[in-house]
Design a protein around this ligand. Sequence first.
Ligand code: PEP
Length: 251
Amino acid sequence: MARRPLIAGNWKMNGLTADGVALATALAARIRENPPAADLLVCPPATLVDRVARAVEGSGLAVGGQDCHGERSGAHTGDIAAAMLKDLGAGYVIVGHSERRTDHGETSAQVRAKAAAAHAAGLVAIVCLGETEAERDGGRTLAVVEAQFGGSLPEGATPENTVIAYEPVWAIGTGRTPTTAEVAEVHRTIRDLAEKALGSAAAARLRILYGGSMKPSNAKELLALTDVDGGLIGGASLKAEDFWAIAESAR
Ligand code: PEP
């Protein structure tokens, strides 16, 4: 089953209007000149979703949020509903990123509610999973990923409305990555879990991204793995050149 790769950039808390729009516009221009063999997505800070979405409209570059609330609306000061992101032109939203799980104490139950809210608003939820260094050292990687997968995926998840991102916490922003054998093992496990949860036909269509220090120099090797269907990229997504080079590695 051929799955079209997804190369997604998580800009995190970086960028003001001028640089965010310039980065997205540069990527949109490259897509128009030389359409990639992957779907490309940028997830700017919420403050820039509107401007970026308008700047790249019609280019094929998708835009997403980095988080949404699990409720549709209500008394949640400072939070953003999935429908608000959709309203600005987003097509995707990242949920359960380890920085949210750590900085905001988000549980898998909350991540599941956020993914369900994303689906209800018509967004694709990118559900992040991954072990800490202590969990890997303790031999618990697969158990942690299994528990997070089971706890974070809502009813009604399909390969069309959900993408999984495997992101070992210790590889995010550190320049360290697991070996390709370790990545392959976790992705195979996630595919097996998806088979049990969604059935084999759906599991075969589900995109499973790798995230954690992906860069131009290691992208080709990681993206060549059978069950790696793209990347979720932090630091290297802030430079058009690097992000584009990663996208080109998916050819
Ligand atoms: C991320 O935050 O999702 C990520 C993968 O970051 P980096 O690429 O910088 O490791």
